[in-house]
Design a protein around this ligand. Sequence first.
Ligand code: PLP
Length: 401
Amino acid sequence: MKLNENYRNLKQNYLFAETAHRTAAYIEAHPDQSVIRLGIGDVTLPLAQSVVRAMQEAAAEMGDAATFRGYGPEQGYGFLREAIRDYYATRGIRIDADEVFITDGAKSDTGNITDLFAKDNVILVPDPVYPVYVDTNTMDGRQIIYADASKENGFLPMPDPQVKADIIYICSPNNPTGAAYTKEQLEAWVAYARENHALLLFDAAYECFVEEGKAARSIFEVEGARECAIEFCSLSKTAGFTGTRCGYTIVPKELCFAGADGEMLSVRQMWLRRQTTKFNGVSYIIQRGAAAVFTEEGMAECRRNIEYYKENAKVIAGTFDRLGVSYFGGIHSPYIWFECPFGMESWEFFDYMLEKIQVVGTPGAGFGANGTHYFRLTSFGSRENTVAAMARFEKMMAEKR
Ligand code: PLP
């Protein structure tokens, strides 16, 4: 018996496990302090009422012999796949319902998709970014190279024709920086992928935060993307499904790559085969709730929640504007990404904030080497906590000066 040695190449602790560990240790030592968490990207507002109603009705169906359902289609029920197809159509994007795969979230799929790829592909990952892309490819032992994101390029690296990659991850709007590509910028990535017979893996988990018309919400807005891209999306941030779990992946029929013998293989067919073998679908009740998100009423309710979070982002941005703290994001994204004050390294600043003002954020170093001197705050907290955290932040800055 031999274990997968690649696991030994992973960083010891998953980022949020480490921040949770440090926070818990602080609380244990200071039980009387009130800690405000603006760290992990988890939502706080409850599900929309229309979503809850749909799930209640579906639960009642499951309790009635006439409407009970057992195993569903592994790739999702038609009613939800069609609702997602129509959601894209309202944005002028044509996808077919059988190109939509319903899953338990974007985290699983961005990881699971690696099942389809040979081990000797070169993976290009932006730095900084959501750590799952690096960790899942490290588990498989693939070579990972990085596209540097920095304040100089607005945290939106563009393709370098000198760099040859086979699989490219794009996260837009980006976690953690909040930077979002325009359609024109994505055209350059699609052109690169087509020229190099590469694959784009586009994570659109935060598309619902994009300000209309100012950045792209889908890679499929770009002509030619159907031949070179897969899109991952999630209801976690769109509709508060972080605990409920539902996402979707779009694999276009045109997406084909040559096998070793030259035969053209359909990625969609391979993904279907993978999913029907290793996955048994998302619960019917959850899929009914997810379908309610795409109704007029559900959309309006979810929109109100997103606007609430966007207001929180403005509270944080307004404080930083006043204090002259240089920051990014917060417009097309629930995340504000800023340079650690006082020249601190990000874990040092994490400990400093926790100690001085009991506010928890996320150290930029956890998202890649380029995040070493940056820090992420989220707007997913309550208004009250966001305002209180910013008042504490302002005080902390004033005291240090
Ligand atoms: N993709 C990105 C960029 C994320 O930031 C997150 C969660 O924070 C996910 C995917 C995970 O989404 P899900 O809850 O659908 O698994």
